[in-house]
Write a new protein. Structure first.
Length: 139
């Protein structure tokens, strides 16, 4: 599936009015892009992760359906945030990974940190990662 995404992005047609903007963004580092996203989120009052949150919250309207349907969660880091070192340390503590594996996982965000976790533990891990500076979603 990742190959399909790569092919799709290489065939994207950028309108002329956005070509200079896209060119500038392509030159930016990952940290600069993360900072830009944060600035845009704050300025316009939006969140890059909002659609995922809305989809995950959909079954909640059923009440009982939520309790029966979702008993295990996958914890995904969507963005490392500004303090990547703290996030790497948190990932190492949670997963017992080595330094290189934890760094690679954080650098590859969005990436699943832990799968099949009970709700209470998932919320606790999410809190630890967010406290370290990461943006996290539960799936």
């Amino acid at each position: 599936m990742s190959e399909e995404k790569t092919q799709e992005t290489s065939e994207v047609v950028v309108p002329e009015k956005f070509q200079s903007l896209v060119s500038e963004i392509e030159k930016m580092s990952v940290l600069d892009l993360a900072e830009l996203v944060k600035i845009l989120e704050d300025k316009f009052g939006v969140s890059a992760a909002a659609p995922a949150m809305m989809v995950a919250g959909g079954p909640a309207a059923g009440g009982e359906a939520e309790a029966e349907e979702k008993d295990s969660f996958d914890i995904e880091i969507t963005e490392a945030g500004g303090n990547k070192i703290a996030v790497i340390k948190a990932v190492r503590a949670i997963t017992e990974m080595g330094l290189k594996e934890a760094k690679d996982l954080v650098d590859a965000a969005p990436k699943v940190v832990k799968e099949g976790v009970k709700k209470e533990e998932a919320e606790e891990i999410k809190g630890q990662l967010e406290e370290a500076g990461a943006k996290v979603t539960l799936k």
